[in-house]
Design a protein around this ligand. Structure first.
Ligand code: PLP
Length: 425
């Protein structure tokens, strides 16, 4: 219910778990997953990208919906395993995978990797061969991308992600795509993210299908898996609904039929990835106004949650600006323009500048930021200034009753490292 004030029940949750507080609703996660699947070609594999939110309860809910986990770190590996994901079904991706983390992943039973470069492929192979295993790899391609595609671009220009097409062809010629311990089974694309515009997104996916077919032929690849990535959008920390991609399935199916016939029988398997679209709408952050003040003609509300708990990534200037909605209108009809600041000692700690919200904010009042199930807590500056992390409460509906199924708090603590525990990078 991102567009409405949160239910009275939130006040009970706050009374029990304290402020600030993240609340994640599992029914909303399931609905998002089913709706996204309905927009995608069928059959298709769907990966949930844990970078959006590694909370094991969300991962487990998505796994129960048939989604596999796409992971990029030791922490995400641990979350996926604790959510019950079989290691053989995980896809380990991301640039800069270190020998130590690859060893750990292989030892845990991970066998599918996305390789971002020839060096990355060789390191994956070394880790697999060291355990007498074979890593099934997809090669991430930094293709040109469709003209005019909307969203936040990940590849298509000079980038740390993936192989440029010419670099890939050159690597193949130089025999760099067959290091011991690896078998290249497919291609991986993730050209952009957060694309609200369906036509632009469809053009990107179609272009990736075309590029996959061309590279299959030029590289002589036995193409078993094509991961087309995603880019499915979601609002972030503002009221609103995630877009519905009603026409996407037909357009992408037509491209697959043309260039990768056989996909309907699983040769190749077609996969998609999504983080924010699956979990963004399922989470809200409840926080409390600590102080209200006026400075040189402008109003400020200081909250008990700032960029340490939400929106740390927005400091990079690559996410939308945020605004808040109070738990209930604060008694005044007129709206007010107010800057919402967090508790950190930096002028950068602003959750919204001159946000228009119902007037009458006062200390003790609760605000709810909707649509923060993705890139919320784990994408924030949790260690900065040392405030405790908000509790994370997961709710579900069982036998028609809504209840809390998990309540946890992330902790950052300094612990002594004994020589024996030193990890290899
Ligand atoms: C390779 C890859 N997969 C998945 C994602 C998840 O993106 P989103 O949360 O926008 O779906 C990203 C985001 O950067 C990515 O780089």
């Amino acid at each position: 219910m991102p567009d409405t004030a949160p239910p009275e029940w939130d006040e009970e949750l706050l009374a029990e778990y304290g402020s600030p507080l993240y609340v994640y609703d599992l029914p909303a996660v399931r609905t998002a997953c089913r709706e996204l699947r309905a927009s995608l070609p069928e059959p298709a594999r769907l990966y949930y990208s844990l970078k959006a939110n590694p909370h094991p309860a969300l991962v487990a809910a998505l796994r129960a919906e048939g989604a596999r986990a796409e992971i990029t770190s030791r922490g995400e590996l641990a979350s996926a395993l604790s959510a019950g994901c079989p290691p053989s079904e995980l896809l380990y991706s991301g640039p800069g995978k270190t020998p130590g983390e690859l060893d750990e992943a292989i030892r845990a039973g991970v066998r599918s990797f996305s390789a971002e470069s020839a060096g990355d492929l060789a390191r994956i192979g070394a880790a697999a061969a060291g355990e007498g295993a074979e890593a099934r790899c997809v090669l991430r391609v930094n293709a040109a991308g469709a003209p005019g595609g909307a969203g936040l671009r990940m590849t298509g220009s000079s980038s740390q992600f993936g192989f440029d097409e010419d670099v890939l062809l050159d690597a193949a010629e130089r025999g760099l795509l067959t290091p011991p311990g690896t078998r290249v089974v497919g291609l991986h694309f993730f050209p952009l993210t957060n694309a609200r515009d369906e036509a632009g997104l469809a053009a990107e996916l179609v272009q990736s299908v075309h590029t996959a077919a061309q590279l299959r032929d030029r590289l002589g690849l036995d193409l078993q898996l094509v991961d087309l990535g995603g880019g499915f959008a979601a609002p972030y920390a503002v009221p609103g609904e995630r877009p519905v991609y009603g026409g996407l399935r037909a357009v992408v199916c037509a491209a697959l039929d043309e260039w990768l016939p056989g996909w309907r029988d699983g040769t190749p398997v077609v996969a998609f990835e999504s983080g924010r679209h699956l979990v963004g709408g399922a989470g809200r952050l409840l926080c409390t106004v600590t102080d209200v003040k006026r400075s040189r003609g402008a109003d400020f509300a200081v909250l008990d949650a700032g960029i340490n708990h939400l929106g740390g990534l927005s400091g990079l200037g690559r996410l939308l600006p945020m605004s808040a909605r109070p738990l209930r209108p604060a008694g005044a009809e007129a709206t007010q323009r107010i800057t919402l600041a967090g508790p950190l000692c930096t002028p950068a700690d602003l959750l919204g500048r001159q946000v228009e919200i119902p007037g009458g904010l006062r200390p003790g009042m609760v605000l709810a930021f909707p649509n923060v199930g993705a890139y919320g807590l784990s994408a924030s500056l949790l260690g900065f200034l040392g405030h405790p992390a908000p509790a994370e409460v997961v709710t579900d509906v069982t036998d028609g009753e809504r209840g809390v199924v998990s309540a946890t708090r992330l902790t950052l603590e300094r612990s002594e490292i004994r020589t024996k525990e030193r990890v290899r990078a």
